[in-house]
Design a protein around this ligand. Structure first.
Ligand code: GRG
Length: 308
């Protein structure tokens, strides 16, 4: 399969085999994660089993793919980007484990499997999330630095995206917004933090691993920001239009939790149009790469038309 449907303002490019690209990047990331994480039998085995259970439960590995594709867009190779791609996937998986806990979204089903706390109990699920968050920094610290992007810059990038001004801030606003009428601006504040921040961080880290120029980092930042916002709107649309079996996680949760979403505020059609406009902006941000960001373009397009 090749991706063909594109947002209106995007310049036509030769087709790109995204499924093959995703399969290869996922395989490379899975091998690297397997090397970075303690084995299932390493004492205390329960925690390592729990960490690996969610990490290898079949996530789409989109953030690592974005990280690797950004490295390539900047003229780099995937090997130096791999530790950073793995670090963002560890952060992402930790956030899903904690988000599914009874104290938060209370979900039984994720990545097509029972959630971490359903299998290991709440205490171990909290610890598995904590351990994955910590693991992310251990892995990021092993990435190669450059004079322009020393380890300090790489670790800071991860910390900022995951911290109380971004990912956590988004989750706090999301929790506090439940059952309330919130404006489109407030909703965007949530999406910027709970979703866009980590996608943006993923592409920026990829660019840093390739010693990208400040102009390239600026372009990746704009790309990640817009793709992240589109990603969350599509996620909210899929929550309404798909089944739990299709998604591998419980569908229809937003309405049940009385969460404000774009579909609930502006309707499905307008939400799709907004996601398309955001994707077109993401495409426009890639202009400085002069056609060398084909994988990023294909990923942005795929995120817009994905069905799970
Ligand atoms: C820090 C607990 C905590 C939460 C932060 C990220 C987050 C906020 C909550 C997790 C649930 C959620 C709705 C996140 C928004 C981003 C999103 C749509 C995640 C799902 O990402 P996919 O589709 O998941 O890439 P897979 O399983 O394929 O990796």
């Amino acid at each position: 399969m090749t991706t063909t449907a594109r947002p209106q303002s995007a310049t036509p490019r030769p087709s790109f085999d995204l499924p093959a690209y995703l399969a290869a990047s996922t395989a490379a990331v899975n091998r690297a994660l397997d090397r970075f994480l303690p084995s299932e039998t390493t004492k205390p085995a329960t925690i390592h089993k729990a960490m690996r259970y969610s990490l290898f439960a079949g996530g789409k590995r989109l953030r690592p793919a974005l990280c690797l594709a950004a490295a390539e867009a900047c003229g780099g190779r995937i090997t130096p980007a791999l530790p950073l791609a793995c670090a963002v996937e560890c952060i992402h998986t930790y956030s899903l484990i904690h988000d599914d806990l009874p104290a938060m979204d209370n979900d039984d089903y994720r990545r097509g499997k029972p959630t971490n706390h359903k299998v290991f109990g709440e205490g171990i699920a909290v610890l598995a999330g904590d351990a994955l968050l910590t693991q992310a920094f251990e892995i990021a610290a092993q990435a190669q630095g450059w004079p322009r992007y020393p380890h300090r810059a790489l670790v800071l990038e991860v910390a900022k995206a995951a911290g109380s001004l971004q990912l956590i801030a988004g989750q706090v606003a999301d929790l506090e917004g439940e059952g309330k009428r919130i404006s489109a601006e407030e909703l965007r504040y949530i999406h910027e933090r709970k979703t866009s921040a980590l996608l943006c961080c993923s592409v920026r880290l990829g660019g840093m691993s390739a010693n990208g120029t400040p102009a390239q980092l600026k372009a990746l930042t704009a790309f990640g920001y817009h793709v992240g916002l589109a990603f969350q709107i599509i996620d909210d649309i899929l929550d309404v239009t798909q089944t739990s079996e299709q998604l591998g996680k419980t569908a229809g949760k937003d309405a049940k939790a009385q969460k404000a979403t774009y579909p609930s505020i502006v309707g499905l059609e307008k939400s799709r149009a907004i996601a398309q406009r955001l994707t077109a902006k993401a495409f426009a941000a890639l202009k400085p790469f002069r056609g060398k960001a084909v994988a990023l373009e294909a990923l942005a397009q795929f995120l817009l038309v994905r069905e799970k």
